[in-house]
Design a protein around this ligand. Structure first.
Ligand code: BTN
Length: 252
């Protein structure tokens, strides 16, 4: 196992592998609460017994086949209302690596599910600890399907299914971490517009008419982007609607 990563500057200088845990996000949260809060600390595992997904879902992953990890960021000046940018940079980092290293065209389903060929290949769960109006600690949890060959869900895929051969997971982890670090440095330099336009360039269904469901029922609409707090903006024939993560379902 890696003791530290050579490529990134500060992410992954402290790294720990757990053969099994409930959830790397939960474990990292516990470490932070106990004062173990060095920026860039990474926990990764082969198996999660209670992997957490968005919207209270579970994240399922075959033991020893995929990447399951969490990274601690401490983006001192980031305001709570800008915290969705953490989702954007994490999604962009995974997409860049899939494209540059595997020649896979990856898209981001709002807020940051990573899709290739209309199949989900990675999920990202960002959890924050706030101090006043800014973000003190941010835990970026990423589950990327790497070498898993079969999925219970027909909507899931892995790198192996797409490229036909297995990938070294620790090398891949190091590559993702250095790409995430580059994105994070962008964020720290407040390049919000650049990050947003890169996100829009990859945003799945943007500019197309699709079917969605909200609390009022099924409707057709066009995703036009996100607002300044990260809510999804969908234009219908008669309104511009805004949604938080739990308020909208993407149908087809
Ligand atoms: C989603 O798409 O619903 C988000 C899934 C996030 C899964 C990752 S796996 C590593 C980290 N630990 C967790 O418990 N969840 C995230």
């Amino acid at each position: 196992m890696h003791k530290y990563f050579a490529k990134p500057l500060f992410l992954g200088k402290k790294i720990e592998f757990l053969p099994e845990c409930h959830s790397t996000n939960e474990e990292l949260l516990t470490r932070v609460r106990n004062g173990d809060d060095q920026e860039g600390f990474i926990l990764y595992t082969d198996h999660q017994t209670k992997g957490k997904g968005q919207r209270g879902n579970v994240w399922l992953s075959e033991s020893g086949q995929n990447l399951l990890f969490s990274v601690l960021l401490r983006p001192k000046k980031l305001q709570v209302k800008q915290s969705h940018f953490l989702n954007l940079i994490a999604g962009l980092a995974v997409c860049h690596v899939l494209e540059q290293h595997f020649d896979l065209h990856a898209e981001l389903k709002w807020p940051n599910d990573v899709y290739v060929n209309d199949l989900k290949i990675a999920g990202i769960l960002v959890e924050t600890i706030l101090e006043g109006s800014s973000v003190d600690d941010a835990i970026i949890g990423i589950g990327l399907n790497v070498n898993q060959s079969h999925f219970a869900l027909p909507t899931a895929t892995s790198i192996k299914q797409l490229v036909g051969k297995p990938t070294d997971r620790e090398e891949l982890l190091e590559t993702i971490i250095s790409t995430l670090e580059a994105q994070y440095l962008f964020l720290k330099s407040e390049a919000f517009d650049k990050i947003l336009s890169a996100y829009y360039g990859r945003m799945r269904w943007r500019g197309e008419i699709h079917q969605f469901r909200d609390s009022e029922g099924v409707f057709d609409g066009e995703i036009i982007g996100i607002d300044d707090t990260g809510r999804l903006l969908v234009k219908t024939s008669h309104a511009l609607k805004r949604f938080d993560v739990k308020q909208i379902e993407f149908l087809h």
